[in-house]
Design a protein around this ligand. Structure first.
Ligand code: FAD
Length: 480
């Protein structure tokens, strides 16, 4: 092959979690410089504990397909160890420059440092860019140089006092490709699509890829940004942006979301909606920041007191939770939403999370693992930080004694029962005042609604009051 590419300006562009053409600094700079050879490498099984879960693999398959089309079929796919593959590809093609956007997760960061060192020793020019975070995590520190541990000072004093986030770049005005390059694998050869076909339903809810991300952002700003602050807590309203998987896979940068929302025309009364949305991007930033400074966050309690917590281990209870068969409607609706759509509303994530770690006293890592496999937006930083937040073991966590009551949460945030009725249709005919607590409904009410508890819908797998008291006692024990 390929030494005809001894083109001094040619650049290998390594796509990772930045599957887009717009606001992609590595691609933009490379395209300015010369012809490019764009690649994507799927890590192989044994190299990373956090390979994409099943729902993420579906998304990645669709997203790579979309990116490949946008690049006119020039994206080359590989699978294996980047530390071996990239030097090989550079040798084969004679290319002397490689650009990528930085990944701030612990394992990729270590690998990238080693790779950069190795390539520079061989005379390859390496350029890396920030394309996934609004601020550099190493630069946001307290006056004494240590990292923030609490969200509000992190965002208000750490981030907002930094220079404004980088303004988004356009897509490169033109891209020239190197043609004589290794062919790599076809998309089906990557084998991303899980064997189990439950994900077929996802097609109804999502459009992976950069175009889908842009549509989603435009729709959100036009229809739901005004009113976001109130509406974001009501799962049936469906008024949050649903940008999380697009942000995770880098089909949209946080900078694009930040500036589109910052510049959106809104009535004065909606300024707080805008601020609230930007603050949620701040929570995303905070989770990634925590993971950067505390790389053990996905495995270890942020607060070591929790190492002594008396978790219980009960596979049937865990399975009932996973399958949305706990007998607690708000929890079951959430777990079924997750299974059917690959997504769960944030309010409901907090409710099902609290139920798992507090009422069922299962370790937060079990919830984290299930979410990792089933969420299309599964994200190591957001998922780990959020589960630790729910458990009370995290940075700036909800205090352990604040245990969500799924009945009152349902009554407050799903008052008309639209959300529960959508995902638990067997309860659809129950009147609102019993919908969130069917076990308390009189026999006649159940009969009229056509519900036999234990047959059509489970009885609760735990007593909410008793399990709450047990959780509090277990917490008091670690405090002692
Ligand atoms: P919007 O309300 O429209 O918010 C806009 C963006 O801000 C989101 O897309 C997301 O990138 C970010 N964001 C919002 N809330 C949070 C938050 N609490 N923490 C961090 N970033 C946030 N989010 C993930 O992206 N991946 C996960 O794996 C994940 N796991 C979670 C697990 C638990 C137990 C909990 C309680 C939350 C988890 N979250 C996770 C955070 C949050 O639930 C989702 O980001 C949000 O529901 C996505 O919906 P949206 O895009 O409509 O959010």
């Amino acid at each position: 092959m390929v030494k005809e590419n001894m083109d001094q300006e040619a650049v290998l562009v390594w796509f990772r979690q930045d599957l887009r053409l717009n606001d992609n600094p590595a691609l933009y700079q490379a395209a300015k410089q010369g012809r490019i050879f764009p690649i994507y490498i799927l890590p192989s099984a044994q190299q990373d504990d956090w390979l994409p879960g099943a729902a993420s693999r579906w998304w990645l398959h669709r997203s790579l397909d979309s990116l490949s089309k946008r690049l006119g079929g020039n994206l080359r796919l590989f699978q294996g160890e980047a530390l071996e593959l990239i030097p090989q590809l550079l040798r084969q093609t004679g290319i002397k420059q490689i650009f990528w956007n930085r990944d701030y997760q612990p394992a990729p960061m270590q690998r990238d440092q080693r790779l950069q060192q190795l390539l520079e020793q061989r005379g390859v020019q390496v350029q890396t860019f920030n394309a996934s975070l609004l601020w550099e995590p190493a630069q946001v520190v307290k006056a004494d140089g240590s990292p923030y541990r609490v969200y509000t000072p992190f965002f208000r004093h750490g981030c907002l006092k930094q220079p404004e986030p980088r303004y988004p770049l356009p897509a490169p005005p033109s891209i020239q490709f190197l043609h004589s390059v290794p062919t790599g694998l076809s998309l089906p050869q990557l084998g991303l699509l899980p064997r189990q076909r439950w994900y077929r339903e996802f097609e109804k809810h999502w459009q992976p890829g950069e175009a889908g991300a842009g549509d989603r952002l435009a729709h959100f700003v036009e229809r739901h940004l005004a009113g976001y602050q109130q509406g974001r807590d009501y799962p049936a309203l469906n008024t949050t942006s649903r940008l999380s998987p697009h942000l995770h896979f880098g089909e949209l940068s946080p900078n694009q979301a930040w500036y589109v929302v910052s510049h959106a025309q809104l009535p004065t009364a909606s300024e707080s909606d805008r601020d609230r949305f930007l603050a949620e991007l701040g929570w995303r930033e905070f989770s990634h920041y925590l993971l950067y400074h505390w790389p053990e966050l996905p495995q270890q309690n942020f607060q070591p007191t929790f190492d002594r917590f008396d978790w219980s281990d009960d596979p049937p209870l865990l399975r009932a939770w996973q399958q949305g068969c706990t007998g607690i409607p708000m929890v079951d609706a959430g777990m079924r939403e997750l299974w059917q759509t690959g997504y769960m509303h944030n309010r409901v994530r907090m409710i099902v999370g609290s139920f798992l770690v507090k009422n069922l006293r299962q370790h937060w890592r079990r919830g984290q693992a299930w979410f990792w496999d089933t969420l299309v937006d599964a994200d190591l930083a957001n998922n780990s930080a959020s589960w630790q937040w729910v458990a009370g073991s995290g940075a700036d966590a909800a205090p352990y004694f604040r245990i969500f009551n799924p009945v009152t949460q349902g009554q407050k945030f799903d008052p008309d029962g639209h959300y529960v009725r959508r995902f638990c249709p067997e309860l659809a005919l129950l009147p609102d005042n019993y919908l969130h607590r069917p076990w308390e409904a009189p026999a006649i009410v159940l009969e009229q609604a056509g519900v036999t508890l234990g047959a059509d819908y489970p009885r609760p797998i735990v007593d909410l009051k008793a399990s709450r008291a047990e959780a509090l006692a277990a917490f008091a024990a670690i405090k002692r």
